[in-house]
Design a protein around this ligand. Structure first.
Ligand SMILES: [Zn+2]
Length: 200
């Protein structure tokens, strides 16, 4: 599923696309107008934070005006918190989609493909970084979750131009959960660390 339908479901339940209005001024969109066409607005003004929770639909001009309108900035902050709560309650079947980056003009692969690429890189990365003790020479025996998430996200994005930290982290957590065969995860000095399971 693309993000449009998710935004519709979250922000415009029961409405048709043509009935959607700007998050800020609540007026309709006009696709042929430079000022009043629909833009994807980043609620926290961080253009790199492409989580679905951080996106709403706004007029191009309202998106611009918001930079100097503190009431709208406050409105945006509240909406971001509300969206984050919505995402937490989100249908688990669709959990995958939350982590998928919104990537303008680069919809080359669907969400299932992204998931496959993430899993592939998680497996490769862990097996390369955490050699078995019998490995010759053994490399390292542990890797911090944070480092693994950053590296795998980089590798996934290099390959397909999208993929989020949160999606990668979910897969790494699954692969190191208490019943996982190859890896385990422990908290050391407040940090999550991934180990290869011993006895292999
Ligand atoms: Zn507007």
């Amino acid at each position: 599923m693309k993000w449009g339908p998710l935004i519709m479901r979250r922000d415009y339940p029961g409405l048709k696309f043509a009935e959607c209005t700007c998050f800020y001024c609540k007026q309709p969109f006009h696709e042929d107008s430079k000022d009043l066409c629909l833009e994807w607005d980043h609620l926290n003004d961080n253009d790199g934070d492409n989580r679905l929770e951080n996106m709403v639909w706004a007029h191009a001009i309202c998106n611009e005006d918001k930079k100097t309108n503190f009431d709208w900035k406050n409105l945006a902050q509240d909406k971001l918190k509300e969206n984050e709560r919505w995402a937490d309650k989100f249908d688990p079947e669709r959990e995958q989609e939350r982590g998928i980056r919104f990537n303008e003009g680069k919809q080359t692969s669907n969400e299932a493909d992204v998931s496959v690429v993430i899993i592939k890189h998680c497996k490769q990365f862990l097996s390369q970084q955490l050699l078995p003790h019998s490995g010759n020479p053994p490399k390292r025996i542990e890797i911090p979750m944070k480092e693994a998430v950053e590296c795998v996200t980089y590798l996934v994005q290099e390959e397909i131009g999208r993929g989020s930290h949160s999606a990668v982290q979910r897969h790494l957590e699954s692969m190191s959960c208490s019943v996982a065969k190859d890896y385990e995860r422990r908290e050391v000095n407040g940090k999550q660390i991934i180990f290869r399971r011993t006895g292999q």
